[in-house]
Design a protein around this ligand. Structure first.
Ligand SMILES: N[C@@H](CCC(=O)N[C@@H](CS)C(=O)NCC(=O)O)C(=O)O
Length: 124
């Protein structure tokens, strides 16, 4: 999602290929020469691929420094990157688990709440 936000912020025209979970790997693996199955993958016109949203954002920030200069304010790059990694690797997966859990327990609000608390507040 943050890659889309960055592309929009930079006013870059892009095409998004969306795929059902599982089927995405038929696109991501060839695009990355087998090095990454996960999304997002940014493929430039010359065929160059970048994967992992943090790496993609850093690349876009260099390519479109004028529009995206505020993503990594001078002196705060490491702090921003650490926050990105936390959101990508901890909060994002946990939030996805909460959504899956909620969809399975929709008719039992107390169970949904208990699952959400357990997932979001467990020690990483
Ligand atoms: N830290 C990675 C996480 C990427 C990630 O977890 N992608 C998920 C979808 S949101 C995925 O493609 N999972 C399936 C897979 O790894 O093949 C990033 O931000 O790019």
């Amino acid at each position: 999602m943050q890659v889309r936000w960055a592309l929009d912020l930079a006013r870059v025209k892009y095409t998004e290929d969306a795929h059902a979970p599982g089927f995405h790997a038929f696109e991501t693996l060839p695009a990355t020469s087998g090095r990454c199955s996960a999304t997002p993958v940014l493929v430039l016109r010359d065929g160059t691929a970048t994967w992992d949203s943090t790496e993609i954002l850093k690349r876009l920030a260099i390519m479109y420094s004028q529009q995206l200069g505020t993503l990594y304010p001078p002196g705060m790059g490491a702090e921003v990157e650490a926050l990105e990694e936390y959101l990508d690797d901890v909060l994002g997966p946990n939030a996805r688990q909460v959504c899956c859990c909620a969809s399975a327990t929709l008719h039992h609000p107390a169970l949904t709440a208990a699952c959400a608390v357990a997932i979001l507040f467990h020690a990483p």
